[in-house]
Design a protein. Structure first.
Length: 174
């Protein structure tokens, strides 16, 4: 009776992990888009990290937004330009870790007008100010994802494909 060769379990594990990584690569474009859409949709709902409500606007800013016929719940969307510029980039050092790939969030660096007191500012700098807060604005962390949110996005991407993008509202010219 012939003996079966001994199975190298560690080699088998490495081969399975490599195969899983190759399969996961096919999902990366859809995953990047789903991460972006999930962050944008959540921000438009006035939610941030772990689906927590973003800190409310000051009374004067809420009044200003109401005059423009825009929501008075924080949704990071006065003109929509900042959320439209949000990109998810694959990056080995990114802070969004799926286990198979890492990503980071970035915003474009094109200068834009932002209040007559400040002048030109980039979306990247504006996002940083919103996330970290300023002396006049509380921090509103709208880009980070909890492990539960990330797991749901990864699972949904593998199971269903692409998320539906919500339209980003823009200020009404008066």
């Amino acid at each position: 009776m012939a003996r079966l060769p001994k199975i190298d379990k560690e080699a088998l594990r490495r081969k399975a992990a490599t195969h899983a990584m190759q399969i996961f690569q096919d999902y990366i474009p859809a995953l990047k888009e789903n991460l972006r859409v999930a962050i944008v949709n959540r921000a438009l709902e006035g939610k941030g990290y772990s689906e927590q409500s973003l800190k409310p606007y000051s009374a004067s800013y809420a009044k200003y937004k109401k005059a423009l016929h825009l929501p008075t719940t924080p949704n990071i969307s006065l003109t929509g330009e900042l959320l439209r510029s949000l990109k998810v980039v694959q990056d080995k050092r990114g802070n969004i870790n799926t286990g198979y790939a890492r990503f980071r969030i970035e915003f474009d660096d094109e200068p834009r007008a932002w209040s007559n007191k400040v002048g030109l500012i980039t979306n990247n700098l504006l996002a940083d100010m919103i996330i970290k807060g300023t002396s006049k604005m509380p921090p509103r962390n709208f880009v980070n994802l909890s492990q539960e949110e990330l797991k749901k996005i990864v699972d949904d991407t593998i199971d269903k494909g692409l998320y539906k993008r919500e339209d980003i509202p823009v200020a009404v010219e008066t």
